[in-house]
Write a protein that binds this ligand. Structure first.
Ligand code: PLP
Ligand code: CA
Length: 300
């Protein structure tokens, strides 16, 4: 299938597109904002969707915040959002473990966002914050491990260290220990030449030394898909908006949603040329430079 550029179609087609969905699922970073800066026009477009009566959900692979913090950030940047409208990977971790009546402790290679969501469902955890080599890495002993740990959760952790990898892999040496990861994003979007490793980097590291494969909960994996399917959406009338083909667009395709790719985040227009040329899936149905461009295309 060809990727349709919404800017190249007639106003009738744009109207037809707007009429074709009643639920909007949107990625956050790269579509609505980058870090703490709103992407111009995104709030206007989302608010227009809301005015048309469309139901909106925010679906983010970011594991560092709880849902109410995301809602507050969204509100500060001009979006209308409630905590219940937000599906973040920290929330998915807590939901997953609660679903299976998990009653042990979590070893968390991650940040406060996951910790707070776990607390909210009564699950205890250890591992947050720095864990440095002292006095040398080989001095770690089995007694340094907590016998109550029954799951290793890997999310974004800026304090990742050799001792943490040792502990994670040592817990995972026990077959009964669950191995859960929030997401496998390769990198964070960045305008300059600095590469910022994403959570997928840490997941691969733990998978390598534990010789196991994580159950990944975020976009485009099965758990978030099942979660969305349980929300009673009509796939044919749902639109997934994203800036990353391998997570957002892939999830949309797997769920049978319509998909809109914007080029304001991870995927560049050069990447899109490559995608179109190679016709290599996952291909979005439609594309726009940025979400705000939809506003200027709307028939008055
Ligand atoms: N993971 C972390 C830790 C992040 O900070 C971000 C973006 O800020 C993401 C993942 C990607 O989030 P999204 O799925 O909203 O693009
Ligand atoms: Ca994104």
């Amino acid at each position: 299938s060809a990727v349709q550029n919404l800017q190249e179609v007639t106003q009738d087609k744009v109207q037809e597109f707007l009429d074709s969905f009643d639920t909007v699922l949107t990625d956050c970073d790269g579509v609505l904002w980058i870090d703490n800066n709103a992407i111009p026009g995104s709030a206007g477009t989302m608010n227009y969707f809301r005015k048309l009566g469309k139901k909106i959900f925010y679906v983010t692979n970011n594991s560092t915040k709880i849902r109410s913090d995301f809602a507050r950030k969204a509100q500060e940047l001009g979006f209308v959002a409630n905590a219940e409208d937000i599906l973040s990977t920290a929330y998915l971790v807590a939901h997953y473990l609660k679903d299976i009546d998990f009653s042990k402790k979590v070893y968390l290679l991650g940040s406060n966002g996951i910790g707070e969501e776990l607390e909210a469902v009564g699950i205890s955890y250890i591992g947050i914050g720095p864990d440095h080599v002292k006095p040398d890495f080989k001095s770690m002993k089995p007694a340094d491990l907590d016998p109550d740990v029954g799951a290793v959760v890997v999310g974004f952790d800026e304090h990742v260290s050799y001792p943490k990898l040792m502990k994670a892999a040592s817990y995972l040496a026990s077959e009964e220990c669950l191995f859960i990861a929030t997401n496998t994003d390769e990198r964070f979007p960045r305008a300059d030449s600095i590469v910022v490793p994403g959570t997928g980097t840490l997941v691969r590291a733990v998978e390598t030394c534990s010789e196991r494969q994580a159950t990944v909960l975020g976009k485009p994996h099965a758990y978030v898909r099942k979660f969305l399917e349980s929300c009673g959406l009509n796939p044919a009338r749902t639109l997934m908006i994203g800036d990353r083909c391998t997570t957002d667009i892939e999830l949309g395709i797997r769920c049978g949603f319509q998909t809109l790719l914007v080029l304001s985040g991870v995927t560049s227009s050069k990447d899109l040329d490559q995608i179109r040329y190679e016709k290599k899936p996952p291909l979005p149905d439609v594309v726009l430079p940025k979400l705000g461009d939809l506003l200027s295309l709307i028939p008055s």
